[in-house]
Write a protein that binds this ligand. Structure first.
Ligand code: NDP
Length: 420
């Protein structure tokens, strides 16, 4: 018996809900709570005939603390899987503390308004102290909730998608089973899918475009190193996909891996992008369409990136037309029993297979499945350390077993091609 709230009803949430409904002996009651109630109702109508999970729906503004608390008070969930926007992480975490509800999200907090002077002070200090420029970080906000979560006797599981998420479980798994010491970690995120559009993003466009237009950063010898966005390019031959160009990016799991595995000398993150995507992104950036600063147009305030989002295809609608695979994983170097060793652990996920199973493309699938598996770990008591934690802090074995079983099996190589 469990009661779960899923916040959001976009690409990722639709997969998380569908996967929970496949495990209806564990997820017995589920409330889909999001901004546009018609999407929640449509998802309920699609899934209810296929599952014993009792699905309900609720219109909610996740930015409104009182509304979230009222939902938790009435529905009394054990856990909330937050698959909405990272802007709302802190509001939902506050409500979790008040109502003693476990919390899971898939992206680190960042504010909607990056000009907010209070947030800006914290951001400017972090950029100065640490030297990476992304709008998100764990240390300034979400990690600070640890004490309150422990006192409330609840778990806050941060970043439980694929990356962040599974990539950190892969780090914990490598540290536990494959290495005595890890020297370097390269996280490689390849989307070899083709949706046929000249330009579209595979997850929320605002978050996606903010992420890829920020300066790149990696961690080496205890320090952050920052480089201009998209300035480091490598080609890699991905299993199941083939050769792709990939670019060094900052990504949130670097920060938590660096904290939880302080002996690792270097951590980098690469993501693949096609030339058409990059050309469009540069052009949109040059003309100001990626700006989050409101402008006044004919008497109405418009945020350029939100207007762009309204023009772009909804990521949740890409499933039917996307073909190809994703391949996401981590390459490690280090030592085992005194000998140098290389190890690559990754997952390949097919866009069309994901679509046939749950009606979504693989980027949503690879995020929604781990979110469900994280909830499963907590509900089954397999992950029970209270407080705010990143995925790599828990035992990776049952989680990776669940991923293997529920749609994201691992592949391994002991002689991978290294990234120079
Ligand atoms: P979508 O834009 O498809 O979905 C976001 C959902 O949140 C929508 O249903 C939206 O409602 C809802 N929402 C927005 N504002 C509010 C609000 N104020 N109150 C209630 N609901 C709201 O995004 P995705 O599903 O693609 O991404 C979801 C999250 O997953 C993002 O944070 C993204 O960064 C993260 N992600 C993580 C990955 C990982 O591997 N860790 C990979 C990919 C994504 P409406 O339907 O009205 O628009």
């Amino acid at each position: 018996m469990s009661r779960v709230v899923v916040v959001g009803c976009g690409g990722v949430a639709q997969v998380a809900v569908a996967k929970c409904c496949q495990l209806d002996d564990v997820f017995t009651e589920l409330c889909i709570a999001s901004r546009t109630i018609s999407k929640c109702v449509a998802l309920k109508e699609k899934l209810q005939p296929t599952t014993k999970t009792k699905i309900t729906t609720r219109k909610i503004d996740a930015n409104n603390f009182d509304e979230v608390v009222a939902l938790f008070d009435e529905y009394k969930p054990e856990i909330v899987i937050h698959c909405g926007m990272p802007y709302h992480n802190l509001v939902i975490m506050d409500a979790c503390i008040k109502c003693k509800v476990h919390y899971i999200d898939t992206a680190a907090y960042e504010p909607e308004n990056v000009l907010d002077p209070e947030w800006r002070k914290v951001y400017d200090k972090r950029v100065k102290d640490k030297g990476f420029h992304a709008y998100f970080d764990y240390d300034s906000f979400q990690w600070g909730y640890d004490k309150k979560f422990r006192e409330a006797g609840i778990i806050g599981l941060l970043g439980c998608g694929f990356d962040p998420g599974v990539t950190q479980a892969y780090v914990a798994y490598a540290a536990k089973h494959e290495f005595d010491t890890i020297d370097t970690i390269d996280i490689l995120d390849c989307n070899g899918g083709d949706h046929g559009y000249k330009f579209a993003t595979n997850f929320n466009p605002e978050i996606n475009l903010r992420e890829v237009s920020a300066p790149a950063a990696y961690y080496e010898d205890g320090k952050w190193h920052t480089l201009p966005a998209m300035s480091v390019k490598r080609e890699y031959n991905f299993d199941g996909v083939g050769k792709k160009d990939m670019y060094l990016l900052h990504h949130e799991e670097i920060e938590s891996i660096a904290k939880n595995f302080p002996d690792v000398k270097r951590i980098r993150f690469y993501m693949t992008f096609g030339q058409s995507y990059l050309d469009h992104m540069r052009c949109l950036e040059d003309v100001g369409m990626l700006s989050t600063t409101p402008i006044n147009y004919e008497g109405k305030e418009i945020v350029p990136i939100q207007f762009l989002k309204a023009l772009l295809p909804d990521p949740a609608s890409l499933g039917e037309r996307t073909v190809g695979k994703t391949n996401i994983g981590c390459i490690f170097t280090g030592k085992k029993d005194g000998k140098e060793k290389k190890y690559y652990i990754y997952n390949m996920c097919d866009h069309q297979e994901s679509y046939l199973e749950v009606g979504s493309q693989a980027v949503s699938y690879t995020t929604g499945v781990p979110a469900m598996c994280g909830a499963l770990m907590i509900l089954k008591g397999l992950w029970n350390e209270k407080g705010v934690h990143n995925v790599e802090e828990y035992n990776p074995d049952p989680f990776i077993e669940a991923l293997d079983k529920y749609g994201l099996p691992k592949s391994e190589s002991y002689d991978p091609v290294m990234v120079d």
